[in-house]
Design a protein around this ligand. Structure first.
Ligand code: ADP
Ligand code: ZN
Length: 724
């Protein structure tokens, strides 16, 4: 009888599976993890399907599966999700599978934890250090070697010496569990009536189970977290796993604490900063069903949950959910897909829902739960415009007199103020006063940004950096450089002069030394150890700063003029969220928008507090122009070492597009940032109606078109979020 054959997917950039023979005596079912030879290497792979009819000719040339790995199989649910994501985004199935196998090389039994305890008689020779160790262990407890040497204040050698003499003995400790069991009733809050109604709806949704999507739409400070925790509690009671997605896990220290206050234990974390060992152990524990709740960044969607029962996407509007390298996917959208495949509820939470989710809720495709008021009677901040055309600051300054006055008042009251500017560094442009020469990145079509704290000029696209030059490379004038425009570092300088007594903190992602340090700084702000915070969008996200009552937006127009179809939405969301940091406890928050266009619909909606006006206007415009969610978009980005090559391939590609009345192909056009990392860039934009299968169209197109050759690369981005 011929050996059984299975098709195996390997986590490399390939779409197809490979057939392998199953050696006699090996039991394999779809989902099993295996080791297989491929080319000259051995790979980990996943049995994707049985192959009942391999062609006989092929059969004899097939290789054998090497071994089955001792890990729970990937469930059909996850395999189906991998296929779906690949089909939709056009990322190869192997690449998508790779995201589900990000447990590193550390599978299998972990390194044992070794503990030390007292066992035999005191040693022959006593030293002061040994006495300290013996005193420590007199309590009869077991400690790890590290703890012991630290607590006794001795070197590891002293401990080893005592083990050698038989005074101490080593024992194997059980592995620390990745996560402990949360108590759904540990600390239930007293809900307001509105919160109670919302929490009940969510709890019922979980109780009834099945696939649903609920948009939890509540103003900043309304208690969305407390409310969706009730859904999580219900899911914990049902012994099913919960995934809570966060846009940026680095910023969630406060969140972990709140979870702990509510449920008595911390949840498991999943993000790119986990150590390899922690990653492997968490992956395995999630697969074994030993982790009740995972709080994670977008990659947590691809974990092998044993029994996922609920997904919460917090700050669902956040652009950070879009992954733009490797596989291009939007984690919020894929969370909804995962929910539908697993047949479980999905909760999307935001104070400023994406236009996509808002439309889905309005059309009844999603359930809609509202929290229209802040908790505890706090008012939403009032917002005023400062018209920079009439009341702007003096030349070379960026804080208008009215904003400066307001900050001064709030500082004398002992309250905190936040100045928001979404620009890292000191100045976005440096030019020579003598000849007008601008310092540009040698690899990109971009100016170098002056970062004075680091004493470097930095390219924000490729990371190129250099010390500030002594003389102008063009006219050789010395001391001729002038900084143009503000970044947060420059703002700090100005604020330092205006408010010399204030304790100022600059929060910007490029200044973050470590997540721990950042968590500490955010904590310092929450505890009132700073008076004035100057920050980029790092400060916009979900933080709760009780003493903060004033927010000043230095350049409210910054995101509006970049030709991005989502510019208005992004600006509205970002500014609304930032201003929403004000007055969360006291309810006397105020926001100032420094703008050159106070009449712009986004500014008007923010100032009047009329969110509805913004959505109405934006939804109408999207519908009119056929932009998402009323139509579909995909972008194709061609890059090459020479401009001509990129453009030529872009043209070839456009010509090969299948004719279809429903599809419009725009371009190729040179990208707004024409060169990045020395690569010339051209873009094509593809538009279709909503009901059209754009992924299938793209697949047919790319299959028929000539493949990119030489150094030409093609990136496909379905539902693009950035257009640079
Ligand atoms: P949102 O996420 O909607 O901005 P949060 O969930 O962060 O709001 O809640 C804002 C603040 O109000 C938090 O400090 C939270 O602990 C508090 N809060 C909300 N609801 C309650 C409640 N029912 N009882 C006590 N505190 C609450
Ligand atoms: Zn560059």
């Amino acid at each position: 009888m011929a050996a059984r054959v299975v098709d195996i997917l390997v986590p490399v950039a390939l779409d197809q599976t490979y057939s392998y023979r199953v050696p006699v005596g090996l039991e394999l079912t779809p989902g099993d993890l295996v080791a297989v030879p491929l080319g000259a290497r051995e790979y980990m792979g996943v049995v994707w399907a049985d192959n009942p009819n391999p062609s006989p000719r092929l059969h004899n040339r097939l290789k054998d599966v090497d071994e089955k790995l001792d890990v729970p199989p990937l469930k059909a649910e996850l395999r189906q999700f991998v296929d779906w994501v690949s089909g939709y985004t056009l990322a190869s199935r192997g690449m998508v599978l790779r995201m589900a196998l990000r447990m590193g090389e550390h599978l299998g039994p972990g390194r044992d934890r070794v503990g030390v305890r007292l066992s035999g008689p005191a040693p022959q020779r006593m030293t002061a250090a040994r006495v300290r160790v013996l005193e420590l262990f007199a309590d009869g407890l077991t400690r790890s070697k590290g703890e012991a040497s630290q607590e006794a204040g001795v070197s590891a050698g002293v401990i080893d010496g005592l083990i050698d003499e038989g005074t101490l003995e080593t024992v194997i400790l059980p592995p620390e569990p990745v996560a402990s069991q949360p108590d759904p009733d540990f600390h239930k809050p007293e809900f307001s009536l509105a919160q109670l109604a919302a929490a009940d709806t969510l709890r019922t949704t979980v109780e009834q189970g099945g696939y649903t999507v609920t948009l939890l739409d509540g103003v900043t400070g309304s208690g969305k977290t407390e409310v969706y925790f009730e859904a999580v509690a219900e899911n914990i009671r049902r012994n099913r796993q919960t995934l809570i997605l966060m846009p940026e896990i680095a910023l969630t220290a406060q969140f972990l604490d709140r979870f702990c206050e509510r449920f008595g234990v911390r949840p498991a974390e999943w993000h790119s900063q986990l150590s390899p060992r922690k990653r492997a152990r968490t992956w395995a524990a999630v697969a074994a069903g030993e982790v009740p709740v995972v709080v994670g960044a977008r990659s947590a969607l691809f974990l092998p949950y044993a029994d996922l029962g609920l997904i919460v996407v917090d700050e669902e509007h956040d652009p950070a959910y879009k992954q733009e390298d490797g596989a291009h996917y939007h984690a919020r959208d894929m969370a909804v897909v995962r929910g539908s495949i697993a047949k479980i509820p999905v909760v999307l939470a935001s104070a400023t829902p994406s236009v996509e989710s808002e439309v889905n809720a309005r059309r009844g495709r999603y359930r809609h739960v509202h929290l229209p008021e802040r908790f505890g009677g706090a008012h939403l901040p009032s917002i005023e415009a400062i018209d920079m055309r009439r009341e702007g600051p003096p030349r070379g300054r960026f804080i208008s007199p009215r904003l400066a006055e307001a900050v001064a008042v709030s500082l004398t009251r002992g309250e905190q103020a936040l100045l928001f500017l979404n620009r890292r560094g000191y100045a976005p442009l440096t030019l020579c006063r003598a000849c007008g020469f601008r310092l540009q990145c040698p690899n990109c079509d971009a100016w170098l940004v002056d970062h004075r704290f680091k004493r470097r000029l930095v390219c924000h696209h490729c990371g190129f950096s250099m010390p500030p030059p002594v003389e102008c490379p063009n006219c050789h004038a010395t001391d001729s450089f002038a900084a143009v425009g503000p970044g947060v570092e420059r703002l700090e300088q100005e604020a330092g002069e205006l408010f010399p007594q204030a304790r100022i903190l600059v929060l910007s992602s490029d200044l973050v030394e470590s997540i721990e340090r950042l968590r500490q700084e955010l904590d310092d702000v929450a505890e009132g150890r700073f008076d004035l915070i100057i920050g980029t969008q790092l400060v916009a996200k979900g933080h709760h700063f009780p003493k903060l009552n004033l927010v000043g937006i230095i350049d409210a127009d910054l995101g509006l003029g970049n030709g991005d179809p989502r510019a208005a939405e992004r600006t509205f969301q970002l500014l609304h969220q930032v201003v929403g940091r004000a007055g969360r406890e006291e309810g006397r928050g105020i926001g100032y928008l420094q703008t050159h266009q106070p009449e712009h619909p986004v500014m008007r909606a923010l100032i009047s507090g009329d969110r509805e006006a913004f959505y109405k206007n934006e939804i109408e415009q999207r519908e009119h122009s056929g932009y998402p969610p009323f139509g579909r978009l995909a972008s194709l980005v061609v890059t090459a070492n020479e401009r001509h090559t990129a453009e030529t391939y872009g043209r070839t590609l456009a010509k090969a597009a299948p004719k279809d009345d429903q599809v419009r192909v725009l371009g190729p056009a040179e990208a707004p940032i024409a060169v990045v990392r020395g690569r010339h860039r051209f873009r094509l934009l593809v538009k279709s109606p909503r009901a059209f299968d754009l992924s299938a169209y793209l697949r047919a197109w790319l299959a028929a078109a000539p493949k990119p050759r030489g150094n030409v690369r093609l990136e496909v981005d379905v539902d693009p979020q950035s257009f640079y």
